[in-house]
Design a binder for this molecule. Sequence first.
Ligand code: HEC
Length: 109
Amino acid sequence: MKRFMVMGLAFAAALAFSAPALAADGAAIFKAKCAACHGQDGIGSAMAPAFKGNAFIKSGSEADITAVIKNGRNGAEKKYKQFAIGMPKQTLNDDEIKSVIAVMKGWAK
Ligand code: HEC
């Protein structure tokens, strides 16, 4: 009986410690992969649009925003002619994209 309790506790502890490690950290991903173009905290730069107050990020669906992140936006699809470059497609998994979008939506509202 005591052995089962110890095992149960060990299992609970393992769950408690693994959960945060599994959740993707949107802010860290943005800093590492997006901020160079979109600016620290999404304030924008001379290369790419801001996400602060951005209507597409604010009211766009998660699916539409995900599509831009996964596929990029270049050539004739480009929306912002003032930026010379396009949006390069990103290799992030679905959890990472979800967490980045949540961070961006926080800045856009
Ligand atoms: C090399 C520079 C660069 C990097 C790195 C980059 N982007 Fe972009 N991104 C752009 C440019 C330029 C545009 C504007 C494209 C256009 O003219 O439509 C853009 C557009 C976007 C848009 C559409 C914005 C709108 O108002 O329509 C989203 C969403 C986006 N980027 C997300 C991201 C995310 C998330 C990352 C990181 C995972 C990222 N970008 C990394 C350059 C970049």
